[in-house]
Ligand binder design. Structure first.
Ligand SMILES: [Zn+2]
Length: 183
């Protein structure tokens, strides 16, 4: 799966990651997202060919970020925490790829959007949940339980607010509709 250990090859990327992570000489590995079979099958899309995954050691992971992944949409890059890069967490990759595809199509519309109830996150979670169903064989309840664990640092009404949004997405998938405007 790993195509290149790239510490000395790509100076520009090295510099970018050092700055982005505020570290010196970040070590990283580059993986093409299209080299991951399930992901390539799921998107069925040549657009993912130029999307690269940067694997980072856990100790180099972004300060204060609990998610194991982050997309840098204008560079078609996904940063991923190495210890979480396994079949169990591939749905995060699907989520981040979706952000990049959305950016390619619609540009940067992130600013002033309420999180997470917005069309950008809708698109990302819609694909993520579909992937969790079709490739991880999880049902709606199991998907919500995974998400509850991912969001377990949130409390009470805030958690419920997010779960309502997730339930709406799952129900849209059930009905085989895509409705990213009506939350
Ligand atoms: Zn997102």
């Amino acid at each position: 799966m790993i195509t290149k250990y790239n510490k000395f090859v790509n100076q520009e990327l090295q510099q970018y990651l050092n700055n982005h992570l505020n570290r010196k000489d970040v070590e990283f590995e580059i993986i093409k997202s299209s080299s991951i079979k399930e992901v390539k099958e799921f998107f069925k899309d040549d657009e993912i060919n130029d999307i690269n995954i940067i694997l980072l050691k856990d100790e180099d992971w972004i300060d204060g970020k609990s998610n194991p992944s982050e997309s840098i949409v204008d560079k078609s890059l996904i940063l991923f925490k190495k210890s979480k890069f396994d079949n169990q967490h591939l749905y995060w990759l699907v989520h981040e790829i979706s952000h990049i595809l959305h950016f390619k199509k619609f540009g940067n519309i992130y600013s002033n959007l309420e999180y997470p109830k917005n069309e950008v996150e809708y698109f990302a979670f819609y694909n993520q949940f579909k992937f969790m169903r079709n490739y991880m064989n999880l049902n709606n309840l199991q998907i919500l339980n995974v998400m509850k664990n991912e969001y377990n640092y949130r409390q009470g009404t805030e958690l419920q607010y997010v779960l309502d949004f997730f339930e709406k997405i799952l129900s849209d998938i059930d009905k085989n509709i895509f409705n990213d405007k009506d939350f």
